[in-house]
Design a protein around this ligand. Structure first.
Ligand SMILES: [Zn+2]
Length: 63
C-alpha cells in the first residue's frame, strides 16, 4: 500500500483548509410575499416556490 513519504506541515494543512469555511446562506425576497428567505427553498411564510404552492405537510415527502 502506498504511504506518504513525508508529514504534511501544519502550514500546508492550513492552506488547504483556508477554503473550507461555510459561508452564510444567500437571501432573496420571496416573489410571492416579499419576505427575506434563503434561495432555493420553499418559502416558510407563504409555502410557495417557483409559482407553485407546497402545503406544509406533503404526504409524498413527509413519509
Ligand atoms: Zn413567501
Amino acid at each position: 500500500m502506498a504511504v506518504p513519504k513525508r508529514k504534511h506541515s501544519n502550514s500546508r494543512s492550513g492552506k488547504r483548509r483556508a477554503h473550507d469555511a461555510k459561508s452564510a446562506r444567500q437571501l432573496h425576497d420571496c416573489p410571492s410575499c416579499g419576505h427575506r428567505i434563503p434561495t432555493h427553498v420553499v418559502c416558510p411564510i407563504c409555502h410557495k416556490y417557483s409559482g407553485l404552492s407546497y402545503p406544509e405537510k406533503d404526504p409524498g415527502l413527509a413519509g
